[in-house]
Design a protein around this ligand. Structure first.
Ligand code: ADP
Length: 183
């Protein structure tokens, strides 16, 4: 009998955990998930419950958006966790932590986190995927800033996220507002 390695559960296959705030999920995140599915059998999007970051969306709202977007993709599971990521990972059968890298500015933080996680659990590796050229400038933070000021973020986040942002910022959920000089 072939002995299953950790992360090679016969029901789950190879599992990666993609942790983050996802406040809200953008096409930058989605692009990383879709590319990771070429390598892994399952990707768990793990939403960190961290009130210190003063999130715009509650964990339930973020989970709901991720689940709605991936409802036809059973290979993607959405979950949330509190506390140390390594402890959460230990409860699953994931083999790696997945993270996305945008510009050099992401590198230092990601390098520290990956090194810290590896020092907490020497068996745990972090896999980085480079952002795609279409989304290198997309971050949840700038999406929220632009949306709050009424700017269009269509094409950078899924439509269901566009609607949620408009609801949050009490902006009309209808077509783009035409602004005339005499308005
Ligand atoms: P965190 O608060 O943990 O940084 P985020 O939701 O902001 O959570 O990001 C989660 C992960 O997704 C991070 O590794 C981040 O670098 C990556 N990521 C975010 N936006 C993009 C993007 N546009 N392209 C590639 N990776 C991204």
């Amino acid at each position: 009998m072939v002995k299953m390695k950790k992360g090679e559960d016969k029901n789950m296959g190879k599992v990666a955990i993609y942790p983050g705030s996802f406040d809200p999920m953008t096409y930058g995140h989605i692009d990383i998930v879709e590319r990771a599915l070429e390598i892994f059998d399952k990707v768990i999007i793990a939403i960190a419950e961290n009130e210190e970051k003063r999130p715009l969306f509650s964990v339930e709202e973020r989970l709901q958006m991720v689940r709605a977007f991936f409802e036809d993709t059973p290979k993607v599971i959405a979950d949330s966790f509190k506390g140390l990521l390594v402890e959460y990972v230990a409860k699953t059968n994931a083999i790696v932590i997945l993270r996305g890298l945008r510009a050099t500015s992401d590198f230092e933080y990601e390098f520290h986190m990956a090194s810290m996680n590896r020092s907490l659990n020497t068996h745990l590796d972090t896999l980085f995927m480079m952002t795609s050229k279409d989304y290198f400038f997309v971050s949840s933070r700038t999406i929220k800033e632009v949306a709050r000021l009424g700017g269009g973020v269509e094409g950078l986040v899924p439509d269901l996220v566009v609607r949620r942002l408009k609801e949050k910022f009490k902006l009309p959920v209808t077509k783009k507002k035409q602004i005339r000089w005499d308005d």
